[in-house]
Design a protein around this ligand. Structure first.
Ligand code: C2E
Ligand code: CA
Ligand code: CA
Length: 418
C-alpha cells in the first residue's frame, strides 16, 4: 500500500481510480481527553483500520489537520465502490480503546467514481464535494461521480480517437482464465477489451472508455471485431476450451449480430459451443433482442448472464431468458467471507441457476478460501484474481497453455494449489 504524508503526493494515482476523502470531526475533543501522546495512538489505530480494509494497490494520504485522502486503485464499478466503502464504515465504527479510554471515530466520507477521461485530480475534487454533501446532509458518506462536476475535462476527441483505434488495431482482447471449481482445470477465458494507446504508452482499461463506446454506434463494429478476434484465438486452443466475449445490450437491438457470429464461426472453423456471449443483466431486453439470443443458441452458441444479481429483472423474466449460464456478480463473491447475507445470496444464486439447468460462474474470486467455499456450494466455474488476472494473449498462452497449440491437452491447473 502506498502511504504518504505529503499532500502534493495525494493525487499520485492514475485516471481510473476511485477517490475518497475522510474527515475526522472530533479531534479537538479527543486531544482534550487523551492528551497529545495518546492522541497519536488514536490516529495510529485509525490508519491501522484503513490499511486493514484497503488492498495493497490502494493508497491513502494524511492531509493535516483532520483529513485523509484515499485512492481505490482501478475500482470504477459502483457496486465494488459501495462494497469497499461499507467495509470501511464497518471497521471505523467499531469502538477504540486507548489506555483504558473507550472512544469512537467520528467521521464523514466523500467518494467519487471517475468519469471517462477525467483526471485523478478532478476525481479528487469531486470526492471533496461529495464530502461536503455528506457533512451538509449529516450522512456518514456520499458516493458521487466525477462527471457531473468536471464535464469540461471529458476529452471531446475520445470517440473519434476510438474509431481510429479500432481501425488501427489498438483495441485488443486480454484474456482472463476460467477454471472448473472442482479440479481447478482451465475451461476457457473471458476476453476483456483493452486499448493499447501508443501516445499514452499504456494499456487503457475499459473503465476509461467503454461507456463512450457503448453510448455510440461504434459499439457494433467494435463488438463484431472483438468477436472475430476471440474466435480466431480460441480456435488455436485445445477443445473444449471456450472464449467469452462481452456484448452490450445495444448490439442485440438490430438483427446484425447473428450473421456476424455465424460467419465468423464458419470462417475460422470453431464449434459454436466454444463461444460464449456475456450479456449484462441491467434491465429487461426487448423481445427482438431475446429472439436474436434464441437463434444464436439454436446455432449452439452459449449465452451467459453477466453481473447476475445486480440488475432489476424479475424472476419470471430470468426464467424465460434464453441463457445457459449465469455469472454471479463479483460484489457478492468478494463480500462472502465477511458477510453472511452475501454468502446466502451466492448460495441462493447457485441453487436457483442449477434448478433452471444453468451453469454457474463465480467472478471476483480473490482468495483460496472463496474458491474452496464456492466449490463446496456446488459452483461450476471460477474466475478471479486468485486464479489469474486478465493478460495479453501471449502471456495467457505462456501461463496456461505453455505454448501448446490445438492438438494437445491444456496443462492441469494443479500448480495453482501448490
Ligand atoms: P465484467 O464483464 O464484469 O468483467 C470483469 C471485470 O472484473 C474485469 O475488469 C476484470 O479484470 C475484473 N476482475 C476479474 N477478476 C477480478 C477479481 O478477482 N477482483 C477484482 N477486483 N476484479 C476482477 P475490466 O477488464 O476492467 O472490465 C470491466 C468491464 O468492462 C467488464 O466487466 C465489462 O462490463 C466491460 N467490458 C470489458 N470488455 C468489454 C468488451 O469487449 N465489450 C463490452 N461491451 N464491454 C466490455
Ligand atoms: Ca463479462
Ligand atoms: Ca461481470
Amino acid at each position: 500500500m502506498n502511504t504518504s504524508s505529503d499532500p502534493v503526493q495525494a493525487c499520485s494515482g492514475s485516471t481510473g481510480d476511485t477517490c475518497g476523502v475522510i474527515r475526522l470531526s472530533n479531534l479537538d475533543s479527543v486531544v482534550a481527553k487523551l492528551g497529545e501522546l495518546s492522541f497519536e495512538l488514536y490516529l495510529e489505530e485509525f490508519e491501522r483500520r484503513l490499511k486493514q480494509v484497503l488492498r495493497s494497490a490502494d493508497s491513502y494520504t494524511k492531509i493535516p489537520p483532520n483529513k485523509y485522502r484515499v485512492e481505490l486503485y482501478e475500482i470504477t464499478e459502483s457496486s465494488l465502490v459501495e462494497l469497499a466503502v461499507a467495509k470501511l464504515v464497518r471497521e471505523l465504527e467499531k469502538p477504540v480503546e486507548i489506555i483504558g479510554d473507550r472512544l469512537r471515530f467520528e467521521f464523514n466520507m466523500g467518494f467519487a467514481i471517475p468519469g471517462l477521461g477525467v483526471s485523478n485530480k478532478a476525481t479528487m475534487r469531486a470526492a471533496e464535494s461529495s464530502l461536503k454533501s455528506a457533512v451538509r446532509a449529516q450522512k456518514t458518506y456520499v458516493i458521487g461521480g466525477a462527471e457531473g462536476n468536471d464535464k469540461a475535462e471529458i476529452d471531446p476527441h475520445l470517440l473519434p480517437r476510438l474509431e481510429q483505434a479500432l481501425e488501427t488495431g489498438e483495441l485488443v482482447l486480454h484474456y482472463q482464465a476460467k477454471v472448473d471449481a472442482a479440479y481447478q482445470r482451465l475451461v476457457g477465458a473471458e476476453g476483456l477489451v483493452r486499448w493499447n494507446h501508443p501516445e499514452e504508452k499504456r494499456v487503457i482499461p475499459p473503465g476509461e472508455f467503454i461507456e463512450v463506446v457503448e453510448n455510440s454506434d461504434l459499439v457494433r463494429p467494435m463488438t463484431e471485431y472483438l468477436i472475430r478476434a476471440g474466435i480466431a484465438r480460441c480456435v488455436e486452443w485445445a477443445a473444449p476450451l471456450s472464449v467469452a466475449v462481452n456484448i452490450a445490450p445495444k448490439v442485440l437491438e438490430t438483427d446484425q449480430l447473428f450473421p456476424v457470429v455465424a460467419d465468423a464461426l464458419n470462417f475460422y472453423g470453431l464449434e459454436a459451443s466454444r463461444l460464449i456471449l456475456e450479456i449484462t443483466e441491467r434491465g429487461e431486453l426487448p423481445v427482438q433482442s431475446l429472439a436474436q439470443l434464441e437463434t444464436l443458441r439454436e446455432l449452439g452458441v452459449k449465452i451467459s448472464i453477466d453481473d447476475f444479481g445486480t440488475g432489476q429483472c424479475s424472476l419470471s423474466y430470468f426464467r424465460d431468458l434464453p441463457a445457459d449460464q449465469v455469472k454471479i456478480d463479483s460484489s457478492f463473491v468478494m463480500a462472502m467471507n465477511t458477510s453472511h447475507k452475501d454468502r446466502s445470496i451466492v448460495r441462493g444464486c447457485i441453487d436457483l441457476a442449477h434448478h433452471c439447468n444453468m451453469e454457474v460462474v463465480a467472478e471476483g474470486v480473490e482468495d483460496e478460501q472463496a474458491a474452496l467455499d464456492l466449490k463446496e456450494m456446488g459452483c461450476d466455474v471460477l474466475q478471479g484474481y486468485w486464479i489469474g488476472k486478465p493478460m495479453s494473449f501471449t502471456a495467457f498462452e505462456q501461463e496456461y497453455l505453455r505454448g501448446l497449440s490445438g492438438q494437445e491437452e491444456p496443462s492441469l491447473f494443479a500448480s495453482l494449489l501448490d
